[in-house]
Design a binder for this molecule. Structure first.
Ligand SMILES: Nc1ncnc2c1ncn2[C@@H]1O[C@H](COP(=O)(O)OP(=O)(O)OP(=O)(O)O)[C@@H](O)[C@H]1O
Length: 121
């Protein structure tokens, strides 16, 4: 039971590594999350603000990994060009865009005002 759980964690970790290795957008979002975290660590954020930031990072990275899974599955099912393949990939990319735009707005709402305060002092 425990061994099976650990094996499943290994599969999930290898999926994350695949996303990081092959998808430049995954790497970009990880970098953006790191930069925001470093900036945020200099600000006196509340636990709730940190929770919202972490949830936002997780949402964007998870959306990128699901997008990667959909791209892989579509390429396997439809190696040639097909309008349904395009619709599937574009919808998955749209989902990532929704989370990324929301993340930028949340980032501006949470770290924007304290950063503004520091730089305008
Ligand atoms: N098998 C396919 N059939 C039809 N259209 C496809 C197919 N594969 C990709 N496309 C479409 O071609 C366009 C570019 O696809 P591509 O996967 O290169 O997107 P991208 O976002 O530039 O990729 P990347 O993640 O490598 O940056 C998208 O509109 C996508 O939906």
């Amino acid at each position: 039971m425990l061994a099976k759980f650990i094996r499943s964690l290994g599969y999930a970790w290898s999926g994350i590594r695949f996303g990081i290795r092959t998808q430049r957008h995954v790497r970009f979002h990880l970098l953006a999350a790191s930069v925001v975290s470093i900036l945020a660590s200099f600000l006196s954020l509340t636990r709730m603000e940190w929770a919202v930031l972490l949830l936002t990072f997780a949402l964007v990275i998870a959306a990128e990994l699901i997008n990667t899974a959909i791209e892989q599955a579509v390429d396997l099912a439809s190696p040639g060009q097909h309008p349904v393949a395009k619709a599937a990939k574009d919808a998955a990319a749209g989902a990532v865009l929704v989370t990324a735009v929301t993340a930028v707005i949340i980032g501006l709402l949470i770290i924007g005002p304290p950063l503004w305060h520091i730089f305008m002092k």
